[in-house]
Design a protein around this ligand. Structure first.
Ligand code: PGA
Length: 254
């Protein structure tokens, strides 16, 4: 049975001090939450501080991206090994903002996932269609292309350990949600694709999150969908009461 998984993607928000203040308050609240996997992704600069504050709590730490080489002359990049060294346990890969604004390709996403797994970290792999792709009835084909490229060469055990986030690009930061029917269709499709390529066990073990304008008032409806195992939350994760309300709202067995 998959535990509900709630991840906060802070994007380019919060200093070290703001991270520490947030996490002290947040971890005190989540101490009583038994059945949820909770992860917070601050900017690189606050990873170490976040890892220190959350040590011994039930809140994990994620980076928002990484480069696939271990070290070298790659100005501005951060490797998975460095992220692990900073104390994080997860890395978000292939977020649509990376793909759209910084040129991350399907091939890069695949390499980054390989690097994350090689460092014994858990990738949170983002996939999702743009509005033009949805309007052109390309949603499922886009998901197939992104998933096939991202997961190429992985073992069923690796796929079972992954977190995948379905994030329709048109729902990110827009206040516009996928309808339950749209999210349900995409999630069921992703699960079926995983089953076909990696087998039943891997497909059942893999967490598939929904992302895009998740809020305290829509998390329950999303979690009611069979193949939605949690959420990747941007804007509504930036304050403690809001993200904690999402964590408690998601509380159910999946
Ligand atoms: P949002 O962002 O919750 O602000 O829409 C989600 C994301 O980009 O992961």
């Amino acid at each position: 049975m998959r535990t509900p998984f709630l991840a906060a993607n802070w994007k380019m928000f919060k200093t070290v001090d703001e991270t520490v203040t947030y996490l002290r308050e947040f971890c005190a609240l989540t101490a009583g939450v038994a059945r949820a996997e909770i992860v917070v992704a601050p900017p690189f600069t606050a990873l170490r501080a976040a890892a220190d504050v959350t040590r011994g709590t039930n809140v994990g730490v994620a980076a928002q991206d990484c480069y696939w080489e271990r070290e070298g002359a790659f100005t501005g990049e951060v490797s998975a090994a460095m992220i692990k060294d900073a104390g994080a346990g997860y890395v978000i890969i292939g977020h649509s903002e990376r793909r759209r604004l910084f040129g991350d390709t399907d091939e890069w996403v695949k390499r980054k996932i390989g690097a994350v797994l090689a460092s014994d970290l858990t990738p949170i792999v983002c996939v999702g269609e743009t509005l033009e792709e949805r309007d052109a009835n390309q949603t499922l084909a886009v998901l197939d292309r992104q998933l096939d490229a991202a997961l190429d060469g992985l073992t069923p055990a690796q796929v079972g350990s992954l977190v995948i986030a379905y994030e329709p690009v048109w729902a990110i930061g827009t206040g516009r949600n996928a309808t339950p029917a749209q999210a349900g269709e995409a999630h069921a499709h992703i699960r079926a694709r995983l089953r076909g390529a990696f087998g039943q066990e891997a497909a059942e073990a893999c967490h598939v999150l929904y992302g895009g304008s998740v809020k305290p008032d829509n998390i329950k409806d999303l979690m009611a969908l069979e193949d939605v195992d949690g959420a990747l939350v941007g804007g509504a994760s930036l304050t403690v009461p809001s993200f904690f309300a999402i964590v408690t709202g998601a509380g159910r067995s999946v």
